[in-house]
Ligand binder design. Sequence first.
Ligand SMILES: Cc1cc2nc3c(=O)[nH]c(=O)nc-3n(C[C@H](O)[C@H](O)[C@H](O)COP(=O)(O)O)c2cc1C
Length: 289
Amino acid sequence: MKFPQLKSKLILAPMVGYSDVAFRVLCRRFGAGMCFTEMISANAVVNGGVEVQLVNEEKPVGLQLFGKNAGVMLEAGKKFEKKVNVIDVNMGCPRVDIMQGGYGAALLRNKKEIKNIISALVDGLNIPVSVKVRKCRGVVEIAKIIERCGGSAIIVHGRTVKQGYSGKSDWKVIKEVGDNVDIVVIGNGDVNNTEDAEKMMKETGCDYVMIGRTALKNPRIFAGKNNCDSKEIFLDYLELAKKFGVNFNNIRNHAILFTKGMRGGARIRERINKCRELDGLEGLFNKLG
Ligand SMILES: Cc1cc2nc3c(=O)[nH]c(=O)nc-3n(C[C@H](O)[C@H](O)[C@H](O)COP(=O)(O)O)c2cc1C
């Protein structure tokens, strides 16, 4: 099955605590080709322990699952296949608790499990399956396995597990993967502005560019702009967050990020951290100059 043809080359990354429905809709309105949900536990989905809010307006949207059991992953994917355009498998999370459970980037060490999971999802679902990986030993071979199993796209984050989220993202790995597979390749890591996105596509030949942290500070990057009025953007986000009933922790996470770089930001963040409810947070933002 083919990965959808997107109207923009830029995609919002899955980010726990940030890639909620309001932020995804905001990024789509600015022109993101597609957004991914944060990673969702396949076990929790199957046990009925999570709800993921998805709305038509945000389509095309990808839902990211983490899990290690092919049957459970498929059962979880089935619950969403009519609501989303792509199911993505997390094989890149470096968090210790996740990896110790055998999830996320731990799967990169287990080619048999990769085969089992991707084949089960591809055979059992009626929508495309993508996989998000990190730079690792044998990543090209892993990409080929994903392609052979019918995966539609591979998202390559050019940092190793050891690097976590710091240090340089190695774009050469993105190119190497792209040179060896014919499925869609999405490059990720270290895109700090629109010029970087262009550069990544030129240097690596990737089909799309996935943007994480830069988009959190400036979702207008999807509109081709390298800066934004943080207060205005936050209030737009807040409007959507209220409409969709996004949880307060996510709203506070965004509030904290949007004040980074603002004059007096540190003091504002101290007050945000003390907010326990929406009214207080909204009042605080409305008073900002
Ligand atoms: C707060 C935070 C949460 C993240 N959550 C996820 C996640 O749920 N799934 C995932 O595959 N990657 C996750 N990532 C990794 C990002 O999707 C992305 O690969 C990484 O930030 C590198 O891209 P960047 O340099 O553009 O930020 C997360 C990153 C951050 C900073």
